[in-house]
Design a protein around this ligand. Sequence first.
Ligand code: FE2
Length: 280
Amino acid sequence: MRREIQHSQAPLAAQDGAGVKINRLFPVSGLDNIDPFLLFDHFGSDKPGDYLAGFPMHPHRGIETVTYMLEGTMEHKDSTGRQGILTSGDVQWMSAGRGIMHEEMPKQKEGRMAGFQLWVNLAARDKMNPPDYQEYRAEEITKFSHEGNQISLITGELLGHRGVVENVSTVPLYADITLTAGRLVLNLPEHHHAFVYVFEGETQVVGASNEAQSAASPRLLILSEGDELVFETADHARVMLAAAQKIEEPIVRWGPFVMNTQEEIEQTLAEVREGRFPPQ
Ligand code: FE2
C-alpha cells in the first residue's frame, strides 16, 4: 500500500533559545506531535541577529534531541562533560534520558547558519535511562545515490543501506534526500508514523490510486500508513524524511521536559529547584 499525504502545512515563524528565529513545523496549534516525534524546527538565516543569541545552557529529560546542520558552525557543551563543534552536514543525537544540561551556541559571527532540530520521544521504560550522546561528522554519515537521487541516511534502513546512528529505541528513519527529475520509490515499515519536510523545490507524492499530490517548499507533509513512498519530481527538491515506531503513551510536556504524567513533571521541577538536576 502506498502512502499518501494525509495532511500538509506551512511552517510558522517562531523564536526559541535566547531569541533565535526559527521556522516551527510542530508543535503548533492543531498539531502537537507526530508520535514519537515531538518537535521539528527548521532554522536558517544569513542575518547574524537571527541566530547569535544561540541556545544557552538548558535542561532536558525524557526525550532525544537531534541537531542536523546544513550550514554554519555551532559549539555544544553538556553536563556529561562532552564538548564539540558541529559544522555543515554534522549530526548530534542526544538522548537526555533522566537528565542532561546542554547548550548550543553559534561559533560564527556572520554568514549563513541553517539546520534542523528534531525531538524524538522516549517510551516510559527509557525515560529515566542514563543520558547518551552520539555525534557524527558529515563524512561519517551514510551517503549513497539511487537513480540519480542523493541520500544522506542519518539513522534507520533505506534501500539496503544503514544509517550511522544506532540503538535508538523507536527504530527511526531520518534522512536528507535530494530528489532529481524522475521517480524515487522507498519502502517504509507499514505502521510507522512518517513525515516529509520539503525545504527546497517541489515534488509530488504518488499515492495508491496513482494520483499525485504536489508539495512545494517549505511544506510539512504527514503521510498515511503504508509500506511504500513514491516521490515524483519534475526538476529538483530536497526533503527531510522521518519515520518511527509510535509509542502510544500519554505525553505531558513542560518546555524541555516530556514525561508521561503531571506528577513526573512536578518531580522534575522539584529536582531543578532543589539543585538535584541532572541526577548523578
Ligand atoms: Fe536542547
